[in-house]
Design a protein around this ligand. Structure first.
Ligand SMILES: [Fe+2]
Ligand SMILES: [Fe+2]
Length: 220
């Protein structure tokens, strides 16, 4: 199927529409969780960076809303009110180190890696709508991973290594939670023409790279 005929394909449009609604909801929730975190962030510099991110995410939500209006598919939320509240509660409950791990390794880095995998399958309008958001996510991930390195460097070596080893199980837990929400993500990916297993493999590869880079001994 060429990319130009894709937009006329009903099952593609429905599935891509749901993925776009889901992505927009996640951006909205990131905006909300980061805005709440400003009050307790450890420094002015970090408060400024979180404030910038809140602005970026609100811009992403706007872009996606405008594109969804044109796309014309079902706008009903993928995540219910209760699920959204659980997401916010989860992030509220975390200390700064765990917030950095869950927000920037899991949601930002691995989430945007999954979205990146969709881009080549997407129709030109959708691809265009994802361009600015995905560019900004690179900055957010860089900020989050840099802060995570700073926090990890404060731990004793053994504690640091234990924490890094434990990150995989934190991520597995979040991944299981996502799959337990009753959203059939593999089916959505398949309907837009993505090989779900391939997407999973790429995300796992990225996760391995991040964990490896966090584990590198840091110069004093
Ligand atoms: Fe975003
Ligand atoms: Fe982001």
């Amino acid at each position: 199927m060429t990319e130009f005929s894709k937009i006329d394909d009903e099952s593609y449009r429905i599935a891509m529409g749901r993925l776009l609604v889901m992505y927009t909801q996640v951006d909205y929730l990131i905006m909300h969780a980061c805005a709440e975190r400003i009050a307790t962030a450890p420094s002015d510099e970090i408060r400024i960076m979180l404030g910038k991110q809140v602005g970026d995410e609100s811009k992403h939500v706007r872009i996606q809303h405008e594109w969804l209006d044109k796309f014309g598919t079902d706008r009903a939320p993928v995540f219910s009110e209760v699920q959204q509240e659980l997401f916010l509660q989860h992030f509220r409950s975390l200390n700064w180190l765990d917030f950095l791990t869950d927000m920037y390794v899991c949601v930002e880095a691995l989430g945007s890696e999954a979205v990146e995998q969709i881009v080549p399958m997407a129709d030109p309008g959708t691809r265009d709508s994802l361009k600015t958001p995905l560019e900004d996510e690179i900055d957010h991930v860089a900020f989050g991973l840099a802060q995570l390195n700073i926090e990890l460097a404060k731990l004793h070596e053994q504690q640091r290594m234990e924490y890094i080893e434990n990150i995989s199980s934190r991520l597995d837990f979040l991944d299981d939670t996502l799959h337990g929400l009753g959203v059939d993500i593999p089916a959505m990916f398949a309907a837009v023409g993505a090989d779900y297993q391939q997407v999973v493999n790429t995300v796992l590869e990225r996760r391995g790279e991040i964990l490896q880079s966090l584990a590198l001994p840091k110069a004093a």
